[in-house]
Design a protein around this ligand. Structure first.
Ligand SMILES: C[S@@+](CC[C@H](N)C(=O)[O-])C[C@H]1O[C@@H](n2cnc3c(N)ncnc32)[C@H](O)[C@@H]1O
Length: 226
C-alpha cells in the first residue's frame, strides 16, 4: 500500500489517479467505439507500479493493454448485441475492462468485471468512466465458485498459463451447467483448449510488435461446447 494510504477505498482511488496520470486514452482500429487508458510500452509502467507500491515482482501490467482475444470478443459483442442485451454479464479476467464495457454498450443490464489484479479494477473503473458506462468490479478470486447470478460469461485472453487454464476450464464447466452461454476471445494462446469450443468468428487484430512480436494478430471468438 503506498505511503499515506489509509484503507481500501483510498487505496483504489490512488491507483485510479495513478493510472489517469500514467496512461493515454487510446482507441483500437478494431473497436473504435471504446476508448481505453492504456500504455504504449509495458516496462515503464510496470516499473512505475512497482515503485508506487514499493514492491518488486508484481505480475505484468495486463490491465495496461487491450489484448487480441479481448478485442476480438469486444468486436463480436458490439456486432451481436442480442447476446447480452438485458442480461447479467460476467467479464472474467477483465484487465482494462474492454469486454465489460463492450457488453454494457451492447445493452447488458448489469456487468460484473472480475480481475484479481488490484490495478485492473482501478483500470476498469477509469475506463468505464471514459466510456460513460457503469460497471461493478470484484477483486476476489471467484474461479473456485459457481456463478449463480449471471446469464452470460465472457472471457478475453485468459489461456496463457497452464494452472490458470485448468481453473478457468473448471469454472466454465460449472457456469455452462447453470445454462449460461460462455463466449471466449482468444488468439490460440499456448493453453487454449480448442477442442472444447466452437468457432464463431475470426478477426485480424491490430497489435504491436512489443506485445505480440507482430503487427496483426489473428484472434477468434469461440463458444463453449462442453
Ligand atoms: C491477458 S489479460 C486479458 C485482459 C482482457 N480480458 C483483455 O482481453 O484485454 C488476463 C487478465 O486475467 C487476470 N487474471 C489472472 N488470474 C485471474 C483470476 N484468477 N481471476 C480473475 N482474473 C484473473 C489478469 O490479472 C489479467 O488482467
Amino acid at each position: 500500500m503506498p505511503a499515506g494510504s489509509t484503507g481500501k477505498v483510498t487505496d483504489r482511488q490512488s491507483r485510479m489517479a495513478f493510472l489517469q496520470a500514467n496512461t493515454k486514452l487510446l482507441v483500437s482500429k478494431l473497436v473504435p467505439e471504446i476508448k481505453l487508458h492504456l500504455a504504449e510500452e509495458s516496462l515503464p509502467i510496470w516499473r512505475k507500479t512497482e515503485e508506487e507500491l514499493g514492491e518488486i515482482n508484481l505480475p505484468p501490467p495486463f490491465w495496461a493493454f487491450a489484448w487480441a482475444g479481448g478485442l476480438a470478443l469486444a468486436r463480436y459483442v458490439l456486432d451481436n448485441p442480442s447476446l447480452v442485451a438485458g442480461k447479467r454479464v460476467l467479464d472474467l479476467g477483465s484487465g482494462s475492462g474492454l469486454v465489460a464495457i463492450a457488453a454494457k454498450r451492447a445493452g447488458a443490464a448489469e456487468v460484473l468485471a472480475a480481475d484479481v489484479d488490484l490495478f485492473a479494477s482501478a483500470a476498469v473503473l477509469i475506463n468505464a468512466e471514459a466510456n460513460a458506462v457503469s460497471l461493478r468490479v470484484t477483486e476476489d478470486d471467484i474461479l473456485d465458485t459457481t456463478p449463480s447470478d449471471i446469464d452470460v460469461l465472457l472471457v478475453g485472453d485468459l489461456f496463457y498459463e497452464r494452472d490458470l487454464t485448468e481453473r478457468v476450464v473448471s469454472f466454465m464447466e460449472r457456469t455452462a451447467a447453470t445454462g449460461a452461454p460462455v463466449l471466449v476471445g482468444d488468439p490460440r494462446r499456448s493453453y487454449f483448449p480448442a477442442e472444447r469450443f466452437i468457432n464463431l468468428a475470426r478477426y485480424d487484430v491490430p497489435t504491436t510488435r512489443e506485445l505480440e512480436d507482430q503487427e496483426i494478430k489473428r484472434a477468434a471468438v469461440w463458444r463453449w461446447k462442453g
